[in-house]
Design a protein around this ligand. Structure first.
Ligand SMILES: C[S@@+](CC[C@H](N)C(=O)[O-])C[C@H]1O[C@@H](n2cnc3c(N)ncnc32)[C@H](O)[C@@H]1O
Length: 219
């Protein structure tokens, strides 16, 4: 693995590494043709895939996504709690500072995507395929379409494949309630040539009419 690949794959979010795994165009373009994205909700000016995008400074978690059709390859870091006053974490030592405010992680983006879909957004997420996580069982499995990606992706122009499998998670707005069945059979019958679509449950008088013709009583 060359230095570029190592930097993209293994450096921490604080050095702009793992949070910036750029989507390969061979993955993104067919999806864009299918969904016609109107917003990239996790981007920078350098890696945005859609003309309209949110950056870390905008903080997508505080923005409205609906009613857009949204592409999200979220930052890969896990959420980080505020450090305690006597924090001795190795990570904080290494980067030279503690965490003074809650740092959102990938799971926060999944929950946000779910919530925005309830408000009318269609959201397509590219995520590591980690099916043992609570967020997968609580927010993805019951609500989203999941497409597992067959081979490992090569992110951000890397020569080598990622060390984890990936999946596409598609949240759609809830389906509108089914249209009401035609109110009266006569309306359809009085429009010659009109296509007739039978109501899901035939009205009782239709059953009795048919019964009368056949000499059968249904009621
Ligand atoms: C994995 S990269 C995806 C880049 C690009 N959108 C793509 O699909 O190739 C995640 C991007 O999200 C940005 N980001 C980090 N925190 C964010 C936040 N709270 N809101 C919006 N973008 C954020 C990072 O700076 C990074 O550019």
């Amino acid at each position: 693995m060359n230095d570029h690949d190592k930097k993209v794959m293994f450096s921490s979010a604080d050095t702009g590494g793992s949070d910036s795994w750029e989507t390969p165009l061979t993955t993104f373009l067919p999806l864009d043709a299918e969904f016609r994205f109107t917003l990239d909700a996790a981007a920078s000016a350098e890696n945005a895939k859609v003309a309209k995008y949110f950056t870390e400074q905008d903080d997508a978690l505080r923005q409205e996504w609906a009613p857009n059709t949204v592409w999200v390859n979220p930052p890969y870091s896990e959420a980080e709690a505020v450090c305690s006053p006597n924090c001795k974490k190795k990570r904080c030592k290494q980067r030279g500072h503690c965490n003074t405010k809650y740092k959102a992680g990938q799971d926060d983006f999944v929950v946000k995507a779910w919530a925005e879909a309830q408000k009318g957004a269609t959201v397509v997420m590219l995520l590591p395929s980690r099916t043992d996580k609570a967020v997968f069982h609580d927010y993805i499995l019951p609500y989203a379409e999941v497409r597992f990606i067959r081979s490992r992706l090569k992110f951000g122009g890397c020569k080598d494949s990622a060390p984890f499998p990936s999946m596409l998670v598609i949240f759609r707005p809830p389906a509108p309630s089914a249209p009401a069945a035609p109110a009266a059979r006569e309306t359809t019958a009085s429009q010659p040539g009109a296509a007739f679509s039978p109501p899901a449950v035939p009205p009782t008088d239709m059953l009795t009419d048919l019964g009368r013709q056949l000499g059968i009583s249904y009621v």
